[in-house]
Write a protein that binds this ligand. Structure first.
Ligand code: SF4
Ligand code: FES
Length: 239
C-alpha cells in the first residue's frame, strides 16, 4: 500500500514526510537541528527531557518533537523566543542539582549538557537544587558510574533492555532520590552486566565513563579509532 505523505512547514521550510513521522524526524530530514537529551533513534521514544520542545502554530503547549507525530499543514518553529526561553529554564533546572566540576570532568568537551548550556547561553542557574552525594562506583574494571552527574535521561536503561535484552539497570526510588541502579544497588559485576559498553556509549553526560580511558586525556586529546579493544572484545569504539 502506498505510504500516505504529510506536508508541514518547519522554520519556514516545507517538508513532506510519511504519516506517523515525528516532528523531530521530519526536522532532521530537512537538516533542521532540534536539541535532544533523552532521544536515540535506535531506542523507544521516551519524551522525558523536554529539550526537544517546539512551537506549533495554534497550539497552547510546546510539544516534545521526539514523541509528537506530524500533522498535515502544521507550522512549526524550533527556535522561537518561547521555545528558547523554555529550553533555557530546562537547562537551568538540570544544572540545579548537577555537580559544578566541568573543569575537571572526564566528559568536558564531549558532554551534551555542557554543549547545550553553551549553545543557549546558560552560564549559571537561578535554582538551588538538591545536590546528590553518591559514592563513585568503580569496583569493576570497565565502567565508572558517577550517579551525581546522571540527568535521568533513561538512555542507558533502554539500551540495556532493548538492545542487549539484559535489563541490568533501571530507575529506582522517587523524586530527587530517583537513581539508575542495578537491583538492590548491587555492583554491576554482581548484577549480570556483560560490560558491552552500550550504556556508556549512549550516556550524554559524565555519569558513565569507560574506566580504561579514565584520566587518559581530555576528549580533544584522544583519537577515535575503530578497533576491537582488549577489554571486552565486542568491537565498539567509545568516542
Ligand atoms: Fe542518562 Fe547517563 Fe543517567 Fe543513564 S547514567 S540515565 S544514560 S545520564
Ligand atoms: Fe524529546 Fe527528550 S529528546 S523529550
Amino acid at each position: 500500500m502506498k505510504e500516505k505523505m504529510v506536508t508541514l512547514v518547519i522554520n519556514g521550510k516545507e517538508v513532506t514526510v510519511p504519516e506517523g513521522t515525528t516532528i523531530l524526524e521530519a526536522a532532521r530530514q530537512a537538516g533542521i537541528y532540534i536539541p535532544t537529551l533523552c532521544h536515540d533513534p535506535e531506542l523507544s521514544p521516551w519524551g522525558g527531557c523536554r529539550l526537544c520542545i517546539v512551537e506549533v502554530r495554534g497550539w497552547k503547549e510546546l510539544p516534545a518533537a521526539c514523541i509528537t507525530p506530524v500533522r498535515h499543514g502544521m507550522v512549526v518553529e524550533t527556535e522561537s523566543p518561547a521555545v528558547r526561553h523554555a529550553r533555557y529554564t530546562l537547562i537551568e533546572l538540570l544544572l540545579a542539582n548537577h555537580p559544578e566540576d566541568c573543569l575537571t570532568c572526564e566528559r568536558t568537551g564531549s558532554c551534551v549538557l555542557q554543549d547545550l548550556a553553551y549553545r543557549y547561553g546558560v552560564r549559571r542557574t537561578r535554582f538551588e537544587g538538591e545536590k546528590r552525594n553518591y559514592p563513585i562506583e568503580d569496583s569493576n574494571p570497565f565502567i565508572v558510574r558517577d550517579m551525581n552527574k546522571c540527568i535521568l535521561c533513561g538512555l542507558c536503561v533502554r539500551v540495556c533492555n532493548e538492545i542487549m535484552g539484559k535489563a541490568v539497570i533501571d530507575f529506582a526510588y522517587r523524586g530527587v532520590r530517583t537513581k539508575i541502579t542495578p537491583p538492590f544497588e548491587l555492583p554491576l559485576e554482581k548484577a549480570g552486566c556483560v560490560f558491552c559498553g552500550n550504556c556508556v556509549a549512549v550516556c550524554p553526560v559524565g555519569a558513565l565513563f569507560p574506566k580504561p580511558m579514565w584520566g587518559q586525556g581530555r576528549h580533544w586529546e584522544v583519537k577515535k579509532v575503530k578497533t576491537v579493544c582488549p577489554y571486552c572484545g565486542t568491537g565498539c569504539s567509545f568516542y
